[in-house]
Design a protein around this ligand. Structure first.
Ligand code: SF4
Length: 189
């Protein structure tokens, strides 16, 4: 396995240890609902491509979930295209880049959508619950919630990173894939 590739068997563990909250929320929602709407499929799909999930593994990953909801046949007909498209294998063959924090923060998730930045788009109650699940202690949790309320979303994410990893992140978080890499670097030390 090449450096920076993740395999399907590791994905749940890696999601727990190294995904930022936005991706963790999409990942968990997909595992729970076996479905994600278009905005979520784009945001999570491109992130997973960025962390090194190969096209074949990506197709297997999405199919395993969506099949439980819509059936394998409908997945192949309606959803596989979008995944290949993310990898530049369909349509204009653009190799799409994973979304930055700025782009995610400025997105406008509607009812039933799970994409977006939780520090901006979650209610305070949901944010608190999500941070607790991430393992942020109560004192640090208050600081994160304060930053989010003050609209410093990326700073809130940086504080979460530091709380979970017990290490500082001097550059601050500006991209979900940067969060992932920084986390993996610390965990592999
Ligand atoms: Fe994701 Fe960026 Fe928001 Fe963190 S600040 S949750 S990485 S969009």
């Amino acid at each position: 396995k090449e450096f920076g590739e993740i395999s399907l068997k590791d994905i749940d563990q890696v999601a727990r240890s190294s995904f930022p909250l936005c991706m963790r929320h999409l990942f968990d929602s997909l595992r729970d609902d076996h479905h994600l709407k278009h905005g979520g499929r784009m945001q999570l799909g491109l992130f997973l491509k960025g962390v090194g999930l190969k096209l074949d593994d990506a197709l297997a990953f999405w199919k395993a979930e969506f099949s439980q909801k819509v059936g394998a046949e409908r997945f192949d007909k309606e959803y596989a295209y979008g995944i290949r498209h993310n990898f530049g294998k369909e349509g204009k063959r653009t190799d799409y880049t994973p979304f930055s924090c700025q782009k995610i923060i400025l997105s406008t998730p509607g009812v039933g959508d799970h994409h977006g930045c939780p520090y901006r788009h979650f209610s305070e109650e949901n944010l608190r619950a999500a941070l607790g699940k991430m393992g942020v202690s109560s004192r640090e949790l208050e600081q994160v919630v304060d930053k989010a309320k003050g609209r410093h979303y990326q700073l809130a994410c940086t504080l979460t990173f530091e709380a979970i990893h017990g290490a500082s992140c001097d550059t601050g978080i500006n991209h979900p894939n940067q969060y992932f890499k920084a986390s993996q670097n610390i965990l592999k030390e």
